[in-house]
Write a protein that binds this ligand. Structure first.
Ligand SMILES: [Zn+2]
Length: 102
């Protein structure tokens, strides 16, 4: 996948279009990712014991990887990512500034 955990991405489609967030989980087989603060799903949690209050937990829901662009760690611009190999190691390349990153 072109997006990795820890990347900052720009959302380019959907309700959160134009927002940025950090990737907190990737699901390579499904081509989906979780992004901090994006596609928030509210989940009601019932009280476990009598006298306790129920809670609403907000969690990011998975979004399709095609709905985001990686923000280049060097130039800070949203970019398409290419690949290159340096000494058999694969790097991603920013198509804006040609910066290579893991
Ligand atoms: Zn760049």
């Amino acid at each position: 996948m072109k997006v990795k955990k820890g990347d900052t991405v720009l959302i380019i489609a959907g309700d959160d279009k134009g927002r940025k967030g950090k990737v907190i989980k990737v699901f390579p087989k499904k081509n989906k990712i979780l992004v901090e603060g994006i596609n928030i799903q509210k989940k009601h949690v019932r009280p476990r014991r009598e006298g306790e209050k129920g809670q609403i937990i907000e969690k990011p829901g998975p979004i399709d990887v095609s709905n985001v662009k990686v923000i280049c760690p060097k130039c800070g611009k949203p970019t398409k990512v290419g690949y290159t190999k340096v000494k058999d190691k694969k790097f991603r390349v920013c198509k804006v500034c040609n910066h290579e990153f893991e």
